[in-house]
Design a protein around this ligand. Structure first.
Ligand code: ZN
Length: 141
């Protein structure tokens, strides 16, 4: 077992390929934890962007992801002609604010503590874009 590194942060970068998508980032995050030798505590994930977010949702059936995107479109439809924001992506900003920019996930024995069907996702609502996630490792003794 490697000791906890005094460096407590790291980054992951992803490229999204379409306007709206959810990327399963569970394995890349788990890999960062393994490589760091982080054993016990919580990992905080944060995106510094305004049209993408982090969320936890079922990762077993890909239809769940598609249903989330479809229902968010129903909840916050893209009516760019009605919005005042000149960039034309207010619906993407609104969807992002509904889901939130960060996650806090426990880590035990070097592994993410997730339910059987839970996966960590980066959701993009105005891609394609390059997105960076800031990770902060918070040890618990
Ligand atoms: Zn905008």
């Amino acid at each position: 077992m490697k000791p906890f590194s005094p460096e407590t942060s790291s980054r992951l970068t992803f490229q999204t390929g379409v306007r709206q998508t959810l990327l399963d980032i569970t394995e890349p995050v788990a890999d960062k934890i393994r490589r760091r030798g982080f054993q016990q505590g919580v990992v905080h994930l944060f995106v510094k962007h305004t049209t993408c977010v982090l969320t936890i949702i079922e990762n077993a059936d890909p239809d769940v992801v598609q249903d989330l995107l479809r229902r968010l479109e129903t909840l916050v439809p893209r009516h760019d002609h009605e919005d005042r924001h000149q960039e034309g992506n207010s619906s993407a900003h609104l969807k992002s604010s509904l889901l939130g920019s960060s996650l806090l996930v426990p880590v035990q024995n070097g592994k993410l503590v997730l339910g059987t069907w839970q996966g960590l996702f980066l959701a993009e609502f105005d891609g394609p874009r390059t997105r960076t996630i800031e990770l902060t490792f918070l040890p618990c003794s």
